[in-house]
Each structure stands twice: as C-alpha cells, then as structure tokens.
Design a binder for this molecule. Structure first.
Ligand SMILES: *[C@@H]1O[C@H](CO)[C@@H](O)[C@H](O)[C@H]1NC(C)=O
Ligand SMILES: *[C@@H]1O[C@H](CO)[C@@H](O)[C@H](O)[C@H]1NC(C)=O
Ligand SMILES: *[C@@H]1O[C@H](CO)[C@@H](O)[C@H](O)[C@H]1NC(C)=O
Ligand SMILES: *[C@@H]1O[C@H](CO)[C@@H](O)[C@H](O)[C@H]1NC(C)=O
Length: 371
C-alpha cells in the first residue's frame, strides 16, 4: 500500500493568485451549463503537459467541463489530465458497445453536455454512465502510473498475494490500481461534493446516487485487477515466474457493470436524507451495485425536454425477440425494409505454413430500419 499522494500533496499551498482569478472567472460561467461535465474531456484529445509548459499555456482554464474543485485538482495534477480524457473516452466507447442494441445506445450529442439532457433523469442509464466513466478514469490512471507517465506515482506497490507459490517472484511493474482508485475518487467525486443542497431534497438524492455509482464503477476496476505472470528460465522451461498486478481487460469491466445495470436497485430519499430501497423486499445494494432514483423514459420518441433521441432510423433485427428486435426497438411503430450488400471474408484456406487466405464474398442481405 503506498501512501496517499493524492490527498497529501500540496494541500497546504494556497493557489497562486493568477490561478485564483481563473477559478473565479470560470465558476460563474460553469453554473449556467449544468449538464457540462468532465466527460467532455473524452471528446477531444488533451495536449500533453510538455507541450504547454514551454508555451506557458494555462491548460486548466482552457479545458471545458471541469467543476471548480476539479479545476483546482487540474492545477495540481496537470499531467493527469490527458489520461482522465483517455479514461472518459474509453468509458464512453464501452458504454456504446454495451448498449449498441438497445433503444438508448449511449450516443453522445454534443461537445459540451456529452450525453445531453437524458442525464438530468436519475435513471438506470444515467447510473451506468457515471459508473463506466469513473471506471475509465481508474483504468487510465492506473496504467499511466505503471508506464511512468505521471510524476506522482509509479508501479503498483501492492503486497505479494499470500496464495502465490513461493518460488514465483513478485515485483514485476504492475498497474497501480490503488493510486488510480484514489485519484479517481478525488477527481470524479469532486464535482458532486462541492454542491450543497438541503438534506432530503431531490437534488441531494441525485448527488447521493451519482456518488454511489461512481464508486461502483471504481470498484469494478479495482476488484477485477488480477495477478499476471510471465515465464523465464532456460529455453522456455518456465522454471522461474515473475508476477505483478494487472488491470482486467476493460471489456470485462464493461460486461460486469452491464450486469450491475440489469440488477440496479431502485432507491428513494429516506427520512434521514439517505437513499433507501423503494421496495424493502429486496436486499440493500452493496457499494459494488448500481442505484437509481427515477424510472427510465422509454426512449422511443425524440423528445427535446427529456433529451431522448428516439429510435427512428435505428437498425433492428426482424427475427430477434430481444431489445434489438424490430418489435421492441421500433416501439411498435413498424419498420422499413431494404436490401444491401454485405462484404465478408469467406472460403478461407489454411496454407502450410503458416497463413490463412480468404476470398471476399458479397451477399445481398435484408436490413430493417425503424419508422
Ligand atoms: C465539437 O468538437 C469538434 C471537434 O473538436 C468540432 O469540430 C465541432 O465543431 C464541435 N461541436 C460543437 C457543437 O461544439
Ligand atoms: C416529452 O417528455 C415530457 C416528460 O416526460 C412529456 O411531458 C412531453 O409530453 C414529451 N413531449 C413530446 C413532444 O413527446
Ligand atoms: C444511436 O442512436 C442514435 C439515435 O437513435 C442514432 O442516431 C445513432 O446512429 C445510434 N448509434 C449507433 C452506433 O447505432
Ligand atoms: C437476429 O436475431 C437472431 C435471433 O436472436 C439471431 O440468430 C441473428 O443472428 C440476428 N441477426 C443479426 C443480423 O444480427
């Protein structure tokens, strides 16, 4: 376990006067665009610090979507910012993959609000979005530590697992999920923690919901990190193994969180201002579970008020009875059918030794599109 550089570093130092001016100038602007979020860091690649130190460009004031306290963290951890952007991007992409066959498909709408007004609704989909993007940040920062990209962390210093066979070496450079988790908690939650709504209010319930789901996302990455090993020894004899801590493939994190989405718990604000189960017959959610407070819109029709994009024009599968089937996807409105050419690799042959040669086949297939 390493010490907590995230929490301890430079907390005593007052912000530079110029930085303070920047903070103040930005805070009034931020309040107007509530839907604005650090997620927007994922939409445009962020310049690496080396590039702006020379040109003395104030990186943090140029980034849009940061809350006041996130901007402060940006000043302290400028070299982390491009990785937060990478993490947000990874999270958004995975969200789009997991929801590709559903009415709400996690599409981004513009650069400033990223997912649009649907995020105003405290739905399951919103819960997933918060979790997967927090997970993306843990993932990106943990890896960046390992690769020596950040000045405040390095390889994982996790203790040797007890069950590791005695003659295997522990100490390959591992992904620093401890640091990644802690930094993501500071950065991602900062936005929620700076708001101050009355206990028991709807707004406060939403903050509790966001915080819970951020944590669920971070834990998914943290808990799925595993031990990986590499063989050494005379000509592949594997007499010696070196092991380290390694992040799980992010697709697995996405699949895990998708299951948590399916089993997410419906909550309401309780008497003490905390979230409690709507239906007491269910088990209380653990920190790894997702929670939501609003029922989802059906996402069938385009609606400017809710931000639903609707499913008009979406591809569907005529024979499927699932969410990707035309019946459910098109919400009973029906579909248009047309024929299109599909190109595929086919008649693949294995040649000795060692390559596979394929032909390119074109077939005419039916496509179905929601009315
Ligand atoms: C979004 O960002 C892209 C690329 O940076 C830019 O070309 C586009 O104009 C932006 N759109 C809006 C609505 O700001
Ligand atoms: C959009 O959604 C809101 C809230 O559910 C609803 O009151 C309104 O009628 C909808 N508007 C349209 C055009 O469907
Ligand atoms: C997601 O849905 C939107 C709105 O229906 C649509 O414009 C977009 O093409 C869809 N994206 C994918 C990858 O299917
Ligand atoms: C459509 O759904 C059926 C049944 O679930 C499945 O077997 C088939 O592969 C799907 N077709 C496409 C093009 O995805």
């Amino acid at each position: 376990m390493d010490n907590s550089p995230v929490l301890r570093r430079r907390t005593g130092a007052a912000p530079h006067l110029l930085q303070l001016a920047v903070l103040l100038a930005c805070s009034s602007q931020l309040r107007m665009v509530e839907a604005n979020s650090w997620w927007s860091l994922g939409l445009t690649p962020i310049q690496r610090p080396e590039m702006y130190i020379i040109g003395a460009q104030p990186l943090c004031s140029q980034l849009s979507g940061l809350s006041q306290s996130q901007r402060k963290l940006c000043q302290l951890y400028q070299d982390h910012m491009s990785f937060i952007g990478d993490g947000a991007r990874t999270g958004i992409k995975e969200c789009q993959y997991q929801f590709r066959q559903r009415r709400w498909n996690c599409s981004t709408v513009d650069n400033t609000s990223v997912f649009g007004r649907v995020m105003h609704i405290g739905s399951r989909e919103t819960a997933f979005t918060y979790a997967i993007s927090a997970a993306g940040v843990v993932n990106a920062i943990s890896r960046a530590c390992r690769e020596g990209e950040l000045s405040t962390c390095g390889c994982s210093r996790a203790a040797r697992p007890r069950e590791l066979p005695r003659d295997w070496l522990w100490g390959g450079c591992g992904d620093n999920v401890h640091y990644g988790y802690r930094f993501a908690r500071e950065f991602v939650d900062a936005k929620e923690r700076e708001k101050n709504y009355p206990r028991g209010s709807k707004e406060n319930a939403r903050i509790l919901m966001n915080l819970h789901n951020n944590e669920a996302g971070r834990l998914a990455v943290y808990n799925q990190a595993h031990v990986a090993c590499k063989c050494h020894g005379v000509s592949g004899s594997c007499s010696l193994k070196t092991c380290w801590l390694q992040l799980a493939d992010f697709r697995r994190v996405g699949e895990f969180l998708k299951e948590k989405y399916d089993s997410a718990a419906a909550m309401q604000i309780g008497r003490k201002g905390k979230l409690e189960l709507k239906d007491k017959r269910f088990n209380n959610p653990t920190p790894e579970d997702m929670v939501y407070i609003d029922t989802s819109p059906d996402y069938c029709l385009r609606n400017e008020t809710t931000g639903s994009l609707g499913t008009h024009g979406r591809y569907c599968n005529k024979t499927s009875e699932g969410m990707d089937g035309c019946e459910l996807m098109c919400c009973g409105r029906g579909y248009d059918q047309f024929k299109t050419y599909k190109h595929e690799r086919c008649h693949c042959k294995f040649h000795w030794c060692c390559y596979v040669k394929c032909k390119r086949c074109t077939t005419l297939v039916d496509q179905f599109v929601c009315k």
